[in-house]
Every structure is written in C-alpha cells, then in structure tokens.
Design a protein. Structure first.
Length: 255
C-alpha cells in the first residue's frame, strides 16, 4: 500500500485578523518542531490574509490553503477568487465543498464540481469535503449522501485526481462539540475508500488521504488517528489556538 503521510489542516473560517494570523505561526511551529517531518500541515486563513500567511510561513514547512475558489479562470463572477489568482499568490491548497459552503451558502453538487475541476486544472491541491446531516444519519442515508457527493469525481481523469484529498465531515459534528466516534468515522472512511476503489481504481483508493473533521480536539485526535482509514484531521474551532492545534497534531501522531 502506498504511504499516506498524516495531514493536519486548520480551517480558521471567518476568524483572526492579520496580526493574529501572523502571531500564530512561531508559537505553533515551535510547538510542533519535534514532529514537523512526520506529517504535513496546512493552515487556511480568510482569503484577504493568504499573502500575509504565506510570508509568515516562508521559512517553515507549513503550507497554506484557501477556504474556497471560483469555478472559472476569470470572468463575471462578483465576489469569487479564481484558482489562477490563488496560484499567483503562491497558495497550493484549497478546501472545497465545506459543509458551511454547501448548507449555509447553498453550493450544490454542480457548483462544487465546477470549483473542483477548475482548482485541479490550475494545479491546486483540493480538499474535497463530504458529510451527512443529522437527519440523514438518523434515517440511514449516510452512505447514499456520501455516494451522491462523491459522484462528480467520476468525471475527472485519474491523472487529475492524483491531487485530491477527501475530508469526511459529518455536518452534525461540525462546531457542535459532538465528534463522530472513531468507529463511526472509520466506518464512513472505509466506505469512501471502497467507493474510490470501485469507481476510480484500487491504487488510487490506497494512495488517497481521507481526513476526518468535526469537533476534533486534543483529547480525541489520537483515537481518531488510530483508525486504519483516517489519514489526517481537518480542524475548525480547536485550530484557532496555536498550542491547542499543536497538541492535536502531536497526539494525533502519538508523539
Ligand atoms: C470545520 O470547519 O471543518 C470543522 C471541522 O470545524 P470544527 O472542528 O469546529 O467542528
């Protein structure tokens, strides 16, 4: 099986002003010094501070992600930021299909797919988020929802898909303090990997990282990361504090 290097992503959502973005870096980097070679770390600030963060992380191994991107290179799309522009800034990663984008801003499958295609074509590394709502889980729809969200991947070539990371983020666990148990996370991660194997290819499924996100904290990161198909964590609230995110990374790596 191909090696899947652990990946930890901080999604800061619409939080932190520029001074706080810059101040985070040295404190966090010192906290994770001993494990920085064992994993990849990506921080996702609001778009207006991407350049500041790129500058602040320049002499570190920390990478930077945008929280979304437009579905075209340029054009009449007020408020959007194209993947070409992100690349020009020096951004390599982008989070796409986050549950807040899907459910608060009503981004549908077609829009998320267009964003994904545009991001991949410009050479960004997308973190493609999927996850079910509470009522969908309660009514036994979890796998059907995930399958529907993954379906668009079939339209992309395997060569393009090499850039992809998937994040399973149950909507009911995001920002609620109620994380999925490690068994619940593993069950869905295994389902995603099987789907990738059946619909793309087995080497692709084995080499693709699947992250868990939803109320991850320092006291649950190690159990979640111990699961066979959990290759990393996407962290919102608990990533805002550099020491808290540092603990999540270290405990997740069992260090
Ligand atoms: C997220 O925003 O992707 C997330 C998982 O948030 P939280 O960790 O706060 O649940």
């Amino acid at each position: 099986m191909e090696q899947r290097k652990p990946l930890f992503i901080a999604n800061w959502k619409m939080n932190k002003l520029s001074k706080e973005v810059v101040a985070f870096v040295p404190i966090f980097y010192e906290a994770i010094q001993s494990v920085s070679q064992k994993c990849e770390i990506v921080l996702a600030p609001v778009a207006v501070y991407l350049s500041k963060l790129i500058e602040a992380t320049r002499s570190t191994s920390i990478q930077v992600a945008a929280q979304n991107c437009g579905g075209a290179k340029s054009g009449a799309f007020t408020g959007e930021i194209s993947p070409v522009m992100l690349k020009e800034l020096g951004v390599n990663w982008v989070i796409l299909g986050h549950s807040e984008r899907r459910h608060v801003f009503k981004e549908d499958e077609a829009l998320v797919s267009a964003r994904l295609k545009a991001a991949i074509e410009e050479g960004l590394l997308p973190v493609f988020c999927v996850g079910e709502k509470l009522e969908e889980r309660k009514s036994g729809q979890t796998f059907a929802v995930i399958e529907r969200q993954l379906k668009g991947l079939k339209e992309l070539s395997e060569n393009h898909l090499k850039a992809l990371t998937i994040a399973y983020e149950p909507v009911w666990a995001i920002g609620t303090g109620e994380n999925a148990t490690s068994a619940q996370a593993q069950e869905v991660h295994a389902f995603i990997r099987q789907w990738l194997s059946k619909n793309i290819s087995s080497p692709f499924a084995n080499g693709t990282r699947i992250l868990y996100g939803g109320s991850v904290k320092a006291d649950n990161s190690s159990q979640l990361m111990a699961m066979e198909d959990v290759d990393g964590l996407l962290v919102g609230g608990a990533s805002l504090d550099p020491l808290s995110f540092g603990e999540i990374v270290k405990k997740g790596l069992n260090s």
